[in-house]
Design a protein. Structure first.
Length: 367
């Protein structure tokens, strides 16, 4: 059938065009799945402290002062406070130029620095390699176009996977990997069968990537689901400006309010980006990592009164939509089982350009 030959030709050459970029995008995305677990593993024992009998934790404000004194050449941009008494206080920071990202772990009872980990910088670089190949706007467009091509590759691959005749023999060859007598037969079976088994999660990853890559698609989705185009800009309209000369509430008060509102939460993240703002931005959850969180809620508090800033429902919904797009894309929505599944799928997708290249070599060599 001619249309199958056409699909095969387009499938092959579009794969050649996008293969190298897609390999790096798939590989970096796969490695990023367990970023939070890797960061915690690198921190090791610095995440816990020994609780002395009768010991009192320093306030969040005092701990931040300890950080600024000890790490005077660094700019903090958020801090993690834990409800558990044996957890260390963590500060995310950069150098004065906004580079060299790191996590600093402090003893919440003494303010002493326990450990500085550069795992943040590693995964930050990995994320930018994944999203824009470390090439800025040009890289974003290259990755976006590659993702669009891969979407076509998935659909054309499904069409090519479908047997011409559906019988017991074709079903066996379509669902099972056969070693084959030659290396190219094995490569073909790997490419075809692994591509099929990874199809559904691959479509989820690809579609969410396309939505996040193209602003027009994002806006259509937000409007369709009752959100707003730019929730950050909309939220700022409801935030009071800083009042010169007026003392703000201590950070400890804001954190306490966040924990009081969500008693089951174990962690609170305080944003320290904009000291000139009239609000505190907090996230309180059972767990908050670099890329994922569990059972969380975002809070915006007036830094002078402690009152919560109530955002309109469409703005809140837009933030939820954006968060779920990311969670679906990286597999951070169903616990460890889903993460393992997404890691396996990512490894399978990373293998597709390799097996595709082997088949192309065989195709060119047979002519």
């Amino acid at each position: 059938m001619n249309f199958r030959k056409d699909f095969k030709r387009w499938h092959r050459w579009l794969g050649v065009l996008s293969g190298v970029v897609f390999f790096f995008v798939a590989l970096t995305g796969t490695l990023f799945v367990f970023a939070d677990e890797a960061i915690d593993a690198v921190a090791g024992g610095a995440r816990q402290v020994t609780v002395e009998r009768g010991g009192q934790q320093l306030s969040v404000d005092s701990l931040m002062q300890c950080f600024r004194t000890t790490c005077s050449q660094r700019k903090p941009f958020y801090a993690d406070v834990y409800r558990a008494k044996d957890r260390s206080f963590r500060v995310a920071s950069s150098d004065t130029q906004g580079n060299d990202l790191a996590y600093t772990y402090l003893n919440p009872y003494t303010g002493e620095v326990i450990k500085v980990s550069r795992s943040y910088q590693f995964f930050f670089t990995l994320a930018h390699l994944h999203a824009e190949l470390l090439m800025g706007e040009w890289g974003k467009w290259i990755v976006a176009i590659t993702t669009l091509i891969f979407f076509f590759e998935l659909l054309s691959g499904l069409i090519l996977w479908l047997p011409r005749r559906w019988n017991a023999k074709s079903r066996a060859s379509s669902f099972r990997i056969k070693r084959g007598k030659t290396w190219w037969t094995w490569a073909y079976n790997l490419h075809k069968v692994l591509g099929f088994y990874s199809l559904v999660p691959a479509l989820v990853v690809t579609l969410t990537a396309l939505i996040m890559s193209f602003g027009a698609i994002t806006r259509v989705l937000q409007q369709a689901l009752g959100g707003v185009d730019d929730p950050f800009a909309e939220a700022e309209r409801y935030e009071p400006a800083a009042i010169a000369g007026r003392a703000s509430l201590p950070l400890s008060v804001a954190v306490a309010k966040a924990f009081d509102k969500r008693p089951q939460a174990q962690q609170c993240r305080v944003s320290l980006w904009n000291s000139e703002s009239g609000v505190y931005h907090l996230k309180v959850a059972a767990y908050i990592g670099l890329v994922s969180s569990r059972d969380g809620e975002n809070l915006v508090l007036n830094k002078y009164t402690g009152e919560e800033i109530e955002l309109p429902q469409p703005v809140k919904r837009a933030f939820v939509i954006n968060e779920w797009l990311l969670r679906l894309h990286i597999g951070a929505w169903g616990g460890l089982v889903v993460k393992i599944l997404m890691f396996i799928v990512g490894a399978l997708l990373t293998s597709l350009p390799v097996t595709g290249l082997l088949l192309l070599i065989r195709h060119k060599g047979s002519k």
